[in-house]
Ligand binder design. Structure first.
Ligand code: ADP
Ligand code: GLC
Length: 490
């Protein structure tokens, strides 16, 4: 195992499990730094002090007061440890920007906070200060790793700071979110006017935080090799395919891992019954408990399809309501946990009302129920139109719940299709369909249901998935090799 005690990494994120989570980035932000620390990488995580962060971190203490950050008044930097893993956290205490009710990015009405540009420029700026020679800390990172647009300005700020500064990595979790704001904010946010150019932060007449990161970072990573290819072309490059194709030598795809402490059916405390690949009796008991809890017919033999998702265009779940009435003529049950677009929420609620014995729809975010669905369902549905990595398809395989996925991004990199050949050679773990259409999804669901009826084959597919290694160690080793490569060439 390569050990390099000297590498210091500042990992900047807008969300982290268990303090605040809107999606997979929160899980990655907690688990990857913890895994890297096992490899002796000194990773510290920088994040905004939202109310939940401030409330949960009982051990926080003042580390520094930052001057010259481009905002009114004092910005305090606090130090704490992430509950559970103990990963060191650096928290930006600036109540004017972060201490408010609502989500980290949107208000109660679902609108972006009007000052998001300023809020996340501050996160980016503090990251850049800590990576520069102006840092008030004695701890100086060798690498600053930025995650998504919220920290996209860090590489730009560092580029325009006096040397020496840390090397930068821009990690893309989703090209669809780019942080675009009026061009007139470029200089008020502390960037030189000259940076507003095609060779800089400009993106179709606006200032883009993500473009800034992609242009100025020393290296770019994304969360699967297939997505790294896809974003170099239309449509998944979302307008930045040219820049990404130009920088392809600096672009690396590394698949996320999953947190095996949180997601392990043998030890999961959120499940009524634990189980393992060797003994699936507990899985059947979880299915019964889930059917009971959600008021579905309690029948062990009816295949139960599970969904846990943000309900957005990306996730492709709008394909389901069109085929569901035909599908529900078969003995099939569907459980949906999610929230998002109101039209989709309504169609799932409507489906549940019209088929109360077969369909349950829970709108909202519910961590415990998400574990219970992974364990209690027979099949997991993830028809994402695009998916940079995706976590649930990996959770599903570990929980003996073969996933049905569209052939995109991290889904193709982590699921092995149950073709006759892959079933025969013992590698099949799920079902992949090529076209994100109602027809494609429908055919794939029926292909899975046919195999489900052949229980000995089904058991093999379950067991292949449950035995796969999705731990963070593999990814952490790849990141470590990348850090070493970047530092060698810096
Ligand atoms: P994304 O980040 O694009 O939403 P991922 O698959 O990477 O997709 O991660 C989504 C994470 O959020 C998973 O851990 C999933 O279990 C969780 N999740 C999504 N919606 C819900 C929900 N309604 N309740 C509980 N967990 C959810
Ligand atoms: C994004 C992507 C998802 C990925 C997650 C963590 O939210 O949509 O595919 O798993 O980030 O990297």
């Amino acid at each position: 195992m390569p050990l390099n005690p000297s590498i210091k990494v500042l990992f900047i994120t807008p969300e982290i499990t268990p303090l605040l989570k809107t999606g997979g980035l929160a899980d990655v932000s907690a688990a990857l730094p913890a895994a890297l620390r096992e490899y002796n990488v000194d990773v510290r995580v920088l994040l905004p002090g939202y109310p939940r962060v401030m409330d949960c971190l009982k051990d926080k203490r003042l580390l520094a007061i930052l001057a010259d950050v481009g905002v009114h008044g004092e910005v305090k930097l606090l130090q704490a440890k992430l509950p559970g893993s103990g990963v060191p956290l650096l928290v930006i205490d600036y109540p004017l920007f972060y201490e408010r009710d609502g989500g980290p990015y949107i208000d109660h009405n679902g609108h972006d906070w009007v000052d998001n540009a300023q809020r996340f420029a501050l996160l980016s700026k503090v990251g850049a200060i800590l990576g520069s020679s102006k840092s008030p800390l004695t701890w100086h990172p060798d690498i600053v790793q930025c995650n998504d647009w919220q920290s996209g300005l860090t590489p730009a700020y560092l580029h325009f700071s006096p040397a020496p500064g840390a090397a930068t990595i821009m990690t893309i979790h989703n090209m669809a979110f780019q942080g675009t704001f009026p061009a007139s904010l470029t200089t008020p946010l502390g960037l030189p006017a000259s940076s507003y150019s095609i060779n800089g932060v400009e993106y179709y007449g606006q200032l883009s935080f993500l473009k800034a990161g992609l242009f100025y970072a020393n290296h770019i990573t994304t969360v699967s090799p297939t997505y790294a290819e896809e974003i170099q072309e239309e449509p998944l490059g979302f307008g930045m395919q040219g820049l990404l194709a130009h920088r392809y030598l600096d672009l690396t795809g590394i698949v996320n891992g999953i947190d095996r402490h949180e997601w392990n059916p043998a030890t999961d405390k959120l499940l009524p019954h634990n189980y393992s690949a060797g003994d699936l009796a507990g899985k059947a008991a979880n299915k019964r408990a889930l059917q009971h809890k959600l008021g579905l017919t309690e029948d062990p033999d009816i295949p139960l399809l599970g969904i846990i998702s943000r309900l957005t265009h990306q996730k492709g779940l709008d394909l389901l309501p069109a085929i569901a009435p035909f599908l529900l003529e078969y003995p099939v049950q569907i459980v949906i946990l999610g929230s998002g677009e109101s039209g989709l929420e309504e169609s799932f609620l409507h489906l549940a009302q019209s088929h109360p014995d077969q369909v349950a729809a829970v709108i909202g975010f519910n961590e415990a129920l998400s574990h219970q669905i992974e364990a209690g369902a027979d099949i997991f549905l993830m028809p994402s139109r695009f998916e940079p990595c995706g976590l649930n398809q990996m959770y599903s395989q570990c929980y003996g719940t073969p996933p049905i996925v569209h052939a995109t991004g991290g889904l193709v990199d982590t699921v092995v299709d149950a073709t006759p050949e892959n079933i025969a050679n013992g590698t099949a773990t799920g079902f992949i369909f090529t076209h994100a259409t109602t027809h494609g999804l429908n055919e794939c669901i029926h292909r899975a249901l046919d195999i489900y009826r052949d229980q000995p084959t089904w058991r093999k597919i379950q067991s292949n998935g449950m035995r796969r290694d999705f731990s963070w160690n593999r990814s952490a080793e790849e990141y470590l090799a990348l850090y070493e490569m970047i530092l060698k060439s810096a």
